[in-house]
Unconditional design. Structure first.
Length: 260
């Protein structure tokens, strides 16, 4: 009797393992490329619940909105996403030397909103708030020491996330009034996770990133003017049935997981 029970349990475990493999390993994929705002605030948040609900895996690549647009154009990703309006995204592509000749070939929708968050190393936690003029001075290099804005006598180090082109474009427009980024005491990183790590480990460091970044307990986030933006997703042509399922999930059940 015990042998039969053991054999039966073994069969159930094999069946369960096969089922998990079918969902986890062999599941249909949706490839998404994008900037830090949509990847961090939306798609990473719904990745697991969407897989459970729809049996499809989200394959995410944080590559910046310009490269994501190029990849959806080439068909190497199913969806491109950015923390920009569609019009601003087209402007960015033009600035990057890749003007989109037929914008009507692409279908886009706003799937959320993001706020750019200012992050600093905890050693300047005494700075509780920063005005737009102070931020402009910091990021253009006109203000080079935290004591100039009520903080400690410590050099300011601006951390620049090179792949976060959507965030950088909007920040430069809204806060820096189109001014150039400081050349002195500037350290370049790639994306959101690198931005957070570099700020946390660098004395006097400051940077601007997506709202999801504020969850880092080893960082300080002073009060600043709000710089909000839409999170836009696009496909080449109408969304495929599987992508439409993703968009429906984002608009419905996925809302409870998304950072606001």
């Amino acid at each position: 009797m015990n042998q039969k029970l053991i054999k039966r349990m073994g069969s159930l475990l094999v069946a369960a393992s096969f089922g998990l493999g079918a969902v986890g390993v062999n599941a249909e994929e949706i490839k998404i490329g994008g900037g830090s705002a949509p990847i961090e605030n939306v798609f990473k948040k719904i990745q697991e619940p969407f897989a459970k609900a729809a049996g499809m895996q989200l394959v995410l690549t944080s590559e910046g909105p310009d490269q994501a647009f190029i990849n959806v154009e080439k068909g190497t990703v199913d969806v491109a996403a950015a923390g920009l309006s569609f019009e601003s995204w087209l402007d960015l592509m033009k600035q990057k030397g890749h003007a989109i000749t037929n914008p009507k070939d692409y279908k886009y929708r706003v799937i959320g909103r993001d706020k750019i968050q200012v992050l600093t190393n905890k050693d300047v936690a005494a700075v509780k708030s920063l005005t737009k003029e102070q931020l402009k001075g910091i990021f253009t290099g006109k203000i080079s020491n935290w004591k100039e804005v009520g903080g400690p006598d410590l050099a300011i180090v601006v951390v620049f996330p090179a792949k976060m082109t959507g965030t950088n474009k909007l920040w430069q427009e809204k806060i820096m009034d189109g001014g150039e980024w400081t050349k002195a005491n500037l350290q370049e990183v790639a994306e959101a996770a690198d931005l957070q790590k570099k700020i946390a480990e660098t004395a006097g460091a400051v940077g601007a990133g997506p709202l999801a970044s504020q969850g880092q307990s080893n960082l300080h986030s002073p009060e600043t003017p709000e710089v909000g933006r839409p999170i836009t997703a696009l496909t080449k042509g109408a969304p495929s049935p599987k992508v439409q399922k993703l968009f429906d999930f984002v608009a419905g059940e996925g809302q409870k997981y998304i950072v606001r």
